[in-house]
Design a protein around this ligand. Structure first.
Ligand SMILES: C[S@@+](CC[C@H](N)C(=O)[O-])C[C@H]1O[C@@H](n2cnc3c(N)ncnc32)[C@H](O)[C@@H]1O
Length: 408
């Protein structure tokens, strides 16, 4: 147990997930077939209606609570929660590795307690509290903890947006709880040519208020013992969400105790956009690391113009195409650039979009960039430059080009 290697933690987490009836599903087809075996067509329609209502909700948490209540029925758990199998494995194992010797642990937004009960098993000498605002989730968590014979964990139905925490904790865990609002785009960069966000108190407050993360963090911070730690994993992979989230943490005196850990996993077949995992401490300190506001490396090899010069186009494919952050480096490295046309516009939602096309030495190029960190660079032979011109016109008129998504 304490001192277990990561492999040992993962092996016991796999056993725990199996006890909950969860299994790893390889394909979307197999996953949806399993759902159709378990649920009637009417039940699936109701489920999808709840998912949509949760996604669209702008008037408080009722739709979200109704969704989590619906999914917390014992019969539904294996077929619904197995979608998150890899999430539980990747996130749960990492969090378990950070439990240390905390004597009082809070798991905020614990859901039905799948991971909370795992942490409680691993820390028999600690007191663990799981809180959630979905009553049915809390009922199921209590039932399962009893079946597991756990006496060191209790579950409370509590909304951290509405109530202070009851008590203080040496460790607070928040995974997929604080920043659930998937529609929230975050804060734009200063302009299309940079990833930097100037400090702007009003914009920061707006972000924290829109998704409620400010209130949540204030309450959690107040419930942390002096020197206490937090382990946090949220949907913050996009820089526009990561930067204001990090600033919200830092503004509450939470400091980084370890480098943020990128966590990659799939939701059945879909690669998800989460993380990183933060280990934070409420300690004034020199041991704290500084926050990184740079975009994540995207793994694309640097643009090699020399080898592109001798490359042959494959059919109607461009010589080079990059839709990642590193497209900007490629664009900056272009030599003898001659811009044929360019436009910088402000979209109805406030984001700034820049598009340009032209010649750069032996290539024709098109480059797009916006203030939500999207970048795109396309290079082709000059003989086919008309293709880029058409693409340029389509983007600047905001029409999809030949099945490609224009930057938005
Ligand atoms: C996606 S689930 C994550 C569950 C669990 N933390 C995990 O990692 O699997 C989000 C949970 O957070 C709960 N939640 C969201 N906002 C909350 C709030 N303000 N107070 C208490 N629970 C909340 C929801 O009810 C839901 O059960």
């Amino acid at each position: 147990m304490p001192g277990d290697t990561n492999d040992e933690i993962r092996a016991s987490l796999r056993e725990h997930l199996a006890w909950w009836g969860l299994r790893h599903v390889e394909s979307d087809a197999a996953y949806f077939a399993w759902q159709r075996d378990v649920f009637s067509p009417q039940e699936l329609t109701t489920l999808h209606r709840h998912i949509e209502a949760k996604r669209q909700a702008t008037d408080g948490p009722a739709a979200e609570i109704a969704f989590y209540d619906l999914t917390a029925q014992p019969r539904s758990v294996p077929a619904l929660y197995s979608q998150r199998y890899e999430y539980y494995l990747e996130v749960g194992a990492r969090v378990a590795g950070h439990l240390g010797d905390a004597s009082t642990i809070l798991d905020v937004g614990c859901g039905i307690g799948i991971l909370t009960t795992f942490y409680a098993k691993r820390c028999p000498a600690s007191t663990i509290v799981g809180i959630d605002r979905s009553p049915a989730s809390i009922d199921l968590a209590r039932q399962r903890a009893q079946e597991l014979g756990l006496t060191n964990v209790r579950f409370e139905c509590r909304d951290v947006d509405q109530q202070d925490l009851a008590g203080c904790f040496n460790l607070i865990i928040a995974t997929h709880t604080l920043l659930q609002a998937e529609q929230e785009p975050g804060l734009p960069s200063r302009d299309w040519s940079t990833f930097a966000r100037p400090a702007d108190a009003q914009a920061q407050q707006g972000f924290e208020r829109r998704i409620g993360v400010g209130v949540r963090l204030d309450r959690l911070r107040a419930g942390l013992t002096p020197g206490g730690r937090m382990v946090v994993f949220e949907k913050t992979r996009q820089l526009a969400r990561r930067i204001p989230f990090q600033r919200a943490l830092a503004a509450r005196g939470l400091r980084l105790l370890a480098p943020p850990e990128p966590v990659r996993y799939r939701s059945v077949e879909e690669v998800t956009d989460d993380g990183p995992l933060y280990v934070l401490g409420a300690v004034p300190g020199e041991q704290a690391l500084s926050w990184d506001e740079a975009p994540e490396a995207d793994g694309m090899p640097p643009l090699d113009l020399d080898s592109l010069r001798s490359a042959r186009a494959q059919g109607d494919q461009p010589l080079y195409e990059n839709h990642q952050i590193s497209a900007e480096q490629g664009w900056l490295s272009l030599q003898a650039k001659h811009v044929t046309a360019q436009v910088t516009s402000t979209e109805p939602d406030g984001r700034q979009l820049h598009v340009e096309w032209g010649r750069a030495g032996a290539f024709a190029y098109l480059y797009c960039a916006n203030t939500f960190d999207q970048r795109q660079l396309v290079l082709i032979e000059p003989a086919r430059a008309a293709v880029l011109e058409t693409y340029y016109r389509e983007i600047t008129r905001e029409q999809p080009a030949g099945g490609k998504e224009p930057l938005r």
